[in-house]
Design a protein around this ligand. Structure first.
Ligand code: GAL
Length: 346
């Protein structure tokens, strides 16, 4: 870059020199500091999803809560360079569900009490209790063979603070592997848990959220990755088959109340698409000024390169009490109005 100018008077020289130094310093800094990634405006299902610092989001099998205007996304931290002794839960925050800031690992845990060897901590879900002012995290805790089949609880005073481990147990005395969370429109929290011998439960929590106390329903289907939404007066539950991290055709059922009766399970997408390579994790309802949009939040697991596991988020289609996960493609969400657009379809 050549800068050609003439310095005519000594007064001008005095002014121009500091400006020149400033410009050169700024130019050098711009060349050496990492480039801030641009703000995202489009959801791109299945692609690497950078957080605001440009790192692929690590929040697998996650759960999301909204505190005032901020969403918090908690999930399994499966980053590449973690200490293998620990299990981690990450926390991200966002105002638009698209641009996420990494708030840190809010859980970094050694195996608690008598749990030894290779153990698992999966599918963390956080509930905020407005009475106790505590953030209560549930997670699936297990041994490597998945025989323990319990939930664990950890608690924090802040959404992005350190969560302290409290206890582990079998909810309602039953086996519990994959868990899901559902907060109804009136704020009542429910834990969804997969009980292998029986089916999947939707269960109410105690007043302090520290226990699972009320079985709302036992859906006698062998489904995991359980997710629920209440949309236009009907409850929809989604779950996946029991094929581990391998995708399968996820299904849904509906009921007028959480107690049921639940309909037969039907495919959410053409069965040969295997849920477009994803597994259900949660359903997020965005109530906008013009439209209510329900987002299917799915994981695309990569078992041997877990840090590279992706996400499939798509707005669901509802027609006459039927639900459909459309073909994944780029989409935009107006977080204020709730409206969705597809930029490639003009
Ligand atoms: C899946 C489950 C995941 C994880 C995985 C391990 O069935 O949904 O959360 O447990 O198995 O194989």
């Amino acid at each position: 870059m050549a800068i050609i100018f003439k310095i005519r008077t000594s007064r001008n020289r005095l002014l121009i020199l500091p400006i020149l130094c400033f410009a050169v310093l700024n130019y050098t800094e711009a060349q050496t500091s990492p480039r801030q990634p641009a703000k995202l405006d489009t959801f791109r299902p299945g692609e690497v999803w950078p957080d605001v610092d440009g790192n692929h989001i690590q929040a697998h099998g996650g759960g999301i809560i909204k505190i005032r205007k901020t969403y918090y996304w908690y999930g399994e931290q499966r980053g590449k360079d973690l200490d293998p002794q620990y299990r981690y839960v990450s926390c991200y925050s966002s105002k638009d569900l698209l641009n996420w800031k990494f708030m840190g690992n809010v859980v970094k845990m050694l195996p608690p009490d008598s749990l030894t060897g290779r153990w698992v901590l999966e599918r963390p879900k956080v509930f905020y209790n407005a009475t106790t002012k505590k953030y209560v995290m549930y997670f699936h805790i297990d041994d490597r063979q998945y025989k323990v089949a319990q939930v664990g609880i950890a608690v924090s005073d802040k959404p992005d603070g350190e969560f302290s481990y409290v206890k582990r147990f079998r909810p309602l005395g039953q086996e519990s592997r994959d868990i899901g969370q559902f907060i109804d429109d009136d704020g009542t929290p429910y834990l969804v848990f997969e009980d292998r011998p029986n089916g999947f439960h939707i269960a109410g929590l105690s007043d302090d959220y520290m226990d699972v106390v009320k079985d709302m329903t036992l859906v006698k289907a062998h489904m995991e990755g359980g997710a629920i939404v209440n949309y236009e007066g009907l409850y929809y539950s989604i779950g996946s088959g029991l094929t581990g991290w391998k995708p399968n055709p996820n299904k849904y059922s509906t009921a007028p109340t959480l107690e049921g009766p639940w309909t037969e399970f039907k495919d959410i997408a053409p069965p040969e698409a295997n849920t477009y390579g994803s597994q259900s994790t949660m359903l997020i309802k965005v109530v906008g000024t013009k439209k209510t949009t329900v987002i299917y939040m799915g994981d695309m697991w990569k078992p041997s390169t877990q840090w590279d596991s992706r996400y499939l988020w798509m707005p669901l289609e509802f027609i006459d009490g039927k639900l459909r996960l459309p073909q994944p493609r780029p989409w935009k969400l107006n977080i204020k109005t709730g409206e969705v657009t597809f930029p490639d379809e003009k």
